[in-house]
Ligand binder design. Structure first.
Ligand code: GLA
Length: 632
């Protein structure tokens, strides 16, 4: 099971052993204390010390009691193309649950819950965070009892769950990452960001620079051939893009989403000669090559399904529910996981593939495994998740140099456990910059910017039909891993030039964006006008402020952005101010006039922005500390 790791003597584990003499069940409650980081991990190991078979009906990971206080609950709900929408409500008497029954951590309710004091803000107040490191069905129950005491219980969902524990056997629950701060939500988020980056993401790409990619999905969907992909790669290379990712449609009879899933050999009618010449040509351009796979799924119209219909989750005698025309492979079976491992490892051994986009495009239904007896079917959902982790573990061990980006119809499996294998996860299939403001805002409460897959796509946007300026799309995608998902052949010369500059900027800001401290400065759903965020390097020397407006507001006073996390007495100088999407403010864009402020002036007075005329204006302000303190 993926869990937090110790980077060298920073964690102590407390084990509390409870024994139930009547049943013979022993529970080891495991507390991993990362004192320097303000994080405690909690999990349980259940051991059958008796002589009879036991059946687990529920196996939560954590129980937290808050005997007094006045609490709000924050959680992150959503749907496809609208993930992690923040909801905050005062706790009411009774039980409130945040859960998924879908076999994955889900678009609908993320396994991350915050209990904060009702007056807590970004900068003030007590906040408890609970994040489950698990990618399957989960459940958090927050109960307020008759005296106002709060009990939170978090873990795997017990719905459809049961597990036979034979004498001597043990069962491990997933881990919860817990934190507390008295300093508000920003501090809570920063704790999670640091912890996930440093103690959860195992891939070397947690620290090694990742390439700027172009993905062909929104440029071509299923309609492409070698020539088209090479032309996208060539033009993207000229703009400075470093990797071409070939998305869905390169394998089997995959000409639309009705067929081909499971047949992980090349579709030669689109790519004659196979992958080798394509990858060779892309590598010759000086670009890396990445590829899309959806290993957990199968179409009925596939050679894999025709030869192994029993490898699929289906209930005997019942017609299975298909979703996106696909069925789910039974990853609770070792033979299926072994086959997937050999198939994927075969691809990685045969071709120079440096990145995988690992997709998972439907939820689990008809949860029945042909290999388990009927009284063990309650184990299938969890065994599926264990099979997935086993597969990822084996692949990442054999191919540590391959970067894996997680994906599930966008951000439907965005959780701490997937981050253990995939240092980045495609945040949403909604690539509209304005919608992304809210999705990325919600995501930022628990997950670091370095994990957020974000691309600049074409306009009108394919999910919303909205047109936003290219510069604004760049500002939003830079609050993530940054890349492109469009056809460069359709760009004007002016747009190409803008992209060259975007890439140079992202390169320059890379460390700050990926590893800096993240501050939310405001969100349009609260202020009706703009979303703003800020990155500050850990030494407080470098600062990047980003602002995007969602509608023009006439005759408004100046927008005065109060920055955060600076040294009060330090002197900060503007390196550059750029404004995108407002022709009347062009003069300000690219302004490199050095303006000097104390940190205190920026934090308590604020950075005053000009009237941001036009729809959808984006601003990036880069500042650098030039003096550490002001002589009195
Ligand atoms: C999912 C992903 C998309 C794309 C398609 C391909 O929806 O989220 O980015 O890869 O699948 O079918």
């Amino acid at each position: 099971m993926p869990s937090a790791f110790d980077r060298g003597g920073e964690c102590e584990t407390l084990k509390v052993t409870l024994t139930d003499a009547a049943s013979g069940l022993e529970a080891e409650l495991l507390y991993g204390v990362f004192a320097g980081q303000d994080v405690i991990t909690r999990a349980a190991r259940l051991i059958n010390r008796g002589t009879d078979t036991l059946e687990l009906k529920k196996a939560a990971s954590m129980c937290l009691d808050l005997p007094s206080g006045n609490w709000d609950m924050i959680h992150f709900h959503g749907r496809h193309v609208m993930e992690r929408q923040l909801e905050r409500a005062h706790l009411i008497t009774g039980v409130q649950s945040v859960l998924s029954r879908r076999g994955s951590s889900s678009h609908q309710q993320n396994p991350f819950v915050i209990l904060c004091e009702s007056n807590a803000t970004e900068d003030f107040g007590g906040c408890y965070g609970m994040m489950l490191a698990y990618s399957g069905s989960h459940r958090t129950d927050v109960e307020v009892d008759q005296q106002g005491s709060v009990r939170a219980v978090m873990g795997m969902n017990d719905d459809l769950f049961s597990w036979k524990l034979e004498p001597g056997e043990s069962f491990d629950t997933p881990e919860v990452l817990l934190t507390f701060t008295d300093n508000g939500l920003t501090h809570l988020s920063q704790t999670y960001h640091r912890f996930l980056r440093g103690n959860m993401i195992r891939s070397k790409f947690g620290t090694v620079r990742r390439p700027i990619l172009i993905n062909n999905w929104e440029a071509t969907y299923f309609r492409f051939n070698t020539e088209k992909i090479l032309s996208i790669a060539r033009q993207a290379r000229e703009l400075g893009v470093e990797m071409l990712v070939l998305d869905d449609g390169w394998f089997g009879k995959r000409n639309d989403d009705n067929a081909g899933l499971g047949d992980w050999y090349v579709n030669e009618s689109k790519l004659p000669g196979g992958l080798a010449p394509l990858i060779g040509a892309i590598n010759e351009m000086g670009m890396k090559f990445g590829i899309w796979v959806e290993p957990e799924m199968v179409n009925e119209d596939s050679d894999l399904y025709r030869s192994h219909p029993d490898w699929v989750l289906t209930v005997p005698g019942r017609k299975p529910a298909v979703s996106r025309n696909q069925l789910v492979l039974d990853l609770s079976r070792k033979d299926v996981v072994d086959w997937l491992y050999e198939t994927l490892a075969g691809l990685l051994r045969s071709y120079h593939i440096e990145y995988i986009k690992w997709d998972m495009n439907r939820n689990l239904a008809d949860v029945y495994s042909r290999l388990l007896p009927s009284d063990r079917q309650g184990e299938v959902l969890h065994r599926y998740v264990l099979g997935l982790y086993d597969l990822l573990e084996r692949l990442t061990s054999e191919f540590p140099d391959v970067l894996i980006e997680g994906c599930s119809g966008g951000g439907g499996r965005f959780d701490a456990a997937m981050l253990a294998y995939c240092p980045q996860i495609w945040c949403s299939d909604d690539s509209d910059a304005i919608e992304r403001l809210t999705i990325q805002y919600g995501t930022s409460f628990g997950y670091p910017v370095s994990a957020v897959g974000a691309h600049v796509s074409a306009v009108p946007n394919h999910q919303t039909g909205r047109s936003t300026p290219l510069g604004v799309r760049g500002v939003v995608a830079m609050a993530g891993t940054f890349g492109y998902e469009l056809d460069p052949g359709k760009l004007s010369e002016e747009e190409k030039e803008q992209i060259r500059v975007q890439i140079t900027r992202f390169d320059e800001y890379y460390d700050l964006i990926q590893n800096g401290d993240y501050y939310r400065l405001g969100h349009w759903q609260d202020n009706g006008y703009y979303t703003a965020w800020q990155m500050v390097s850990s030494d407080q020397d470098e600062v990047l402020v980003s602002v995007v407006t969602v509608r023009p507001r006439p005759n408004l006073g100046p927008l005065c952005l109060k920055l955060k996390g600076l040294e009060s007495d330090g002197i900060y100088e503007t390196v550059r101010t750029e404004v995108f999407g407002s022709p009347v403010l062009r003069g300000i864009s690219g302004n490199t006039e050095k303006r000097r402020f104390t940190g205190a002036a920026l934090m308590y007075g604020g950075f005053v922005l000009p009237f941001l005329f036009c729809d959808y204006v984006g601003v990036q302000i880069c500042l650098r500390r030039t003096e550490r303190s002001v002589p009195v």
